[in-house]
Ligand binder design. Structure first.
Ligand SMILES: *Cc1c(COP(=O)(O)O)cnc(C)c1O
Length: 226
């Protein structure tokens, strides 16, 4: 079985290929090592191989692991966030990807006002329209965007999506392209660049890079199946 360092090297090479293929600067794409469910020891192997940006999806789990790992690491919250976990999440994460409703954004903003944080967030968009998925519908996003941008504490840096599970990476392409097009429309409308697009996982991160992802979230291809 390949080591984590070897996996990391091939994932980085694949990202570089995809960026090259799409005519993009490699420096515009960052790899998030999704370390959910993996213990600190395993995460440390990735750190030793040069990885410094990690993603967790549960606040409770992150609260336990993050303090045991080097302080220079960066952590993103990639999963659904419940309002009752916001207070604990704010000091742990540099970017919150899964802001999936206006109510949650307002809760984050209010709590950040109390704690003195200025949280950077991505709005999660359900571009596939799958009922099981979290996220704003494109219509609600468009309707509420002005209100979201007016929140004094929360800083909306871009968008995140999850493509429906599929055996073929190519099946994700149209969803990733939809998120990019939505971003372009919202940027135009709001006059805000929304430079961050979080899309692509182990099965489809190369396609995501080709379609404009600036953050890819890769777990099992790096650490092994959970
Ligand atoms: C678990 C998870 C990932 C990583 O999934 P893999 O298929 O293991 O790469 C990416 N994004 C989110 C939101 C996740 O929950």
């Amino acid at each position: 079985m390949p080591s984590i360092a070897e996996n990391l090297e091939s994932i980085r090479a694949n990202i570089a290929d995809a960026a090259h293929h799409a005519g993009r600067e490699l420096s515009t794409v960052e790899l998030i090592a999704v370390s959910k469910t993996y213990p600190a020891d395993v995460i440390r192997e990735a750190v030793e191989a040069g990885q410094e940006l990690f993603g967790e999806n549960r606040v409770q789990e992150a609260l336990i692991k993050i303090p045991t790992l080097p302080g220079r690491l960066q952590w993103h919250l990639i999963g659904h966030l419940q309002s009752n976990k916001v207070r604990k999440a704010l000091p742990l994460f540099q970017l919150i990807h899964g802001v999936d409703s206006t109510d949650l954004a307002k809760d984050i903003d209010r709590i950040a006002g109390e704690t003195g944080h200025h949280p950077r967030v991505l709005l999660e968009v359900n571009v596939s329209g799958e009922g099981s998925k979290h996220g704003f519908s494109p219509e609600i996003l468009e309707r509420d965007l002005e209100l979201l941008l007016a929140l004094p504490r929360v800083q909306v840096e871009g968008f995140m999506t999850m493509a429906p599970l599929a055996p073929e990476a190519e099946s994700s392409r149209s969803y990733f392209a939809s998120l990019r097009e939505l971003r372009d429309r919202m940027s135009e409308k709001a006059g805000v660049p929304f430079g961050t697009l979080s899309m692509g996982m182990s099965g489809d991160y190369q396609v995501a890079v080709e379609e404009g992802a600036t953050l890819v979230r890769v777990g099992s291809a790096l650490f092994g199946t959970r």
